[in-house]
Design a binder for this molecule. Structure first.
Ligand code: XMP
Length: 346
C-alpha cells in the first residue's frame, strides 16, 4: 500500500488514476495518435482479434487497432439475428467496404433462434444468448490460428464500476454479462478505451472518421431485440418488431436531437388485440400484434423519464406502423418513468 494525496492506495489503483489523468487532457486527435502508438508497442508483431458488435466502443477500439497494426487485426462480427434493421449490412459496408479491415462475418441467426425456441423467461434468454455468443466467437477465433491478443471496448465507467462492487449492477437484470466476452478467454487484452468516458470515445471515433450513425448510436442491449420481444423469440415476431422499430426510429430521428430521447425503440408485448382490417373496401375483424413505443430520456440509465414526444410524431408512428407492418393493428406509447419501470420491457 502507498500513500497518495493523504490516502492509502494500492499500486494498480494509482496506475489507473495516472493513466486516466494522462488521457483526460488530450484532444481527440492527440488521443488517437497516442493510442495508436501504445497499441503498436503492446501488440508488436503478434496478431489480435476483436469482436465487433456495431456499437460505438467496439467500433472505435477496432478502428484504432487497425490503424496501429493493420492486417494483423481480424474482426469477428457475430450476426445473431437479434439486431435492428440494416445493422448487419452497415457493419459490413463500413468495416469491410470503407476501412478495408479483415472481417469475419458469422451468420449465426438460425443457431440463436434454435437455442431460443420455446424460451420465454427474460433472464433465461439473456443467459442463452450470452453463452451462445461466446461459443460462436471462440469457434471462429480458434479458426484463425495463433492469435495472442483480444481487443476489447472496455471504457472507464466499466473500470470504475468493477471497482466498487465487482459487478457494477443492481442485480435487477443480468446486463453486463451478456453480449460480451468473459475475461478468462485464452487471450491477453488490448483495451485502448480503458481510460475514456463515453463522450470521449465518441469524439475519438469522429477523429478516426467513423460516421455519425456509429459514434452517435443510441445504447443497444447485448441481447438485442430478444429483450424487446416479451416472451418467445420467433422468426415471425422478430420480423414484426424489426420493421416496427425501424419506423419508430425514423420518425423520432426527424426531431432535432431525437426530441431529447436517449433511447427510443419499439417493443413487441406478448398479446394480441382485436382490430378492424380494411382491405379493398371491405372490413374484417383482425386479431393481431400490438406494438409499444418507448422513448426514454436519461443520463446514466439508472433513472429515466419518458419523453413527451410531439403528438404529430406519435401519430405518424402509429399510422405508419399499423399500415406498413403486416400483422400489427394497434400502437401504444409507454408513459412510465424509471423507476418504477425499467427502460427495457424485459
Ligand atoms: P433497464 O431496462 O435496466 O436498462 O432500465 C438500463 C440500460 O441497460 C440496457 N440494457 C442492457 N444492456 N445487456 C446490455 O448490454 C442487457 O441485457 C441489457 N438490458 C438492458 C438498456 O438498454 C438501458 O440502456
Amino acid at each position: 500500500m502507498k500513500r497518495y494525496a493523504g490516502m492509502d492506495v494500492n499500486d494498480s489503483l494509482l496506475r489507473e488514476e495516472q493513466a486516466r489523468a494522462r488521457v483526460a487532457c488530450m484532444t481527440p486527435d492527440e488521443f488517437v495518435e497516442y493510442s495508436i502508438g501504445a497499441i503498436a508497442r503492446q501488440v508488436g508483431s503478434e496478431r489480435a482479434v476483436c469482436g465487433l458488435s456495431g456499437g460505438v466502443d467496439s467500433s472505435v477500439a477496432a478502428v484504432l487497432t487497425h490503424r496501429a497494426i493493420g492486417d494483423a487485426l481480424t474482426c469477428i462480427f457475430v450476426d445473431h439475428g437479434l439486431l435492428r434493421k440494416g445493422e448487419a449490412q452497415e457493419v459490413q459496408r463500413l468495416f469491410l467496404g470503407h476501412f478495408h479491415m479483415n472481417l469475419v462475418v458469422v451468420d449465426a441467426r438460425d443457431r440463436f433462434l434454435a437455442r431460443l425456441a420455446g424460451v420465454a423467461d427474460p433472464e433465461a434468454k439473456r443467459k442463452i444468448i450470452g453463452e451462445e455468443f461466446i461459443r460462436v466467437f471462440e469457434e471462429e477465433a480458434s479458426r484463425l490460428g495463433e492469435v495472442r491478443y483480444l481487443v476489447q471496448g472496455t471504457i472507464y465507467p466499466d473500470v470504475l464500476e468493477s471497482r466498487s462492487d465487482g459487478r457494477g449492477g443492481t442485480g435487477v437484470k443480468s446486463h453486463h454479462n451478456v453480449g460480451g466476452l468473459p475475461e478468462n478467454l485464452r487471450f491477453e487484452l488490448v483495451e485502448p478505451l480503458r481510460y475514456l468516458f463515453k463522450e470521449e470515445v465518441r469524439r475519438a471515433g469522429t477523429a478516426l472518421g467513423l460516421p455519425g450513425s456509429v459514434v452517435g448510436r443510441q445504447p443497444f442491449p447485448g441481447p438485442g431485440l430478444a429483450v424487446r420481444i416479451v416472451g418467445e423469440v420467433t422468426r415471425e415476431r422478430l420480423e414484426v418488431l424489426r420493421e416496427a422499430d425501424a419506423i419508430v426510429r425514423e420518425e423520432i430521428e426527424r426531431l432535432p436531437a431525437a426530441g431529447g430521447a436517449w433511447q427510443y425503440f419499439a417493443v413487441l408485448p406478448a398479446i394480441r388485440s382485436v382490430g378492424v382490417a380494411v382491405e379493398e373496401g371491405s372490413r374484417a375483424r383482425s386479431y393481431s400484434h400490438l406494438i409499444a413505443v418507448r422513448a426514454a430520456a436519461s443520463e446514466d440509465a439508472m433513472t429515466a423519464d419518458w419523453v413527451r414526444l410531439p403528438h404529430d410524431v406519435l401519430d405518424a408512428i402509429s399510422r405508419r406502423v399499423a399500415l406498413e407492418v403486416p400483422g400489427v393493428n394497434r400502437v401504444v406509447y409507454d408513459i412510465t418513468s424509471k423507476p418504477p419501470a425499467t427502460i427495457e420491457w424485459e
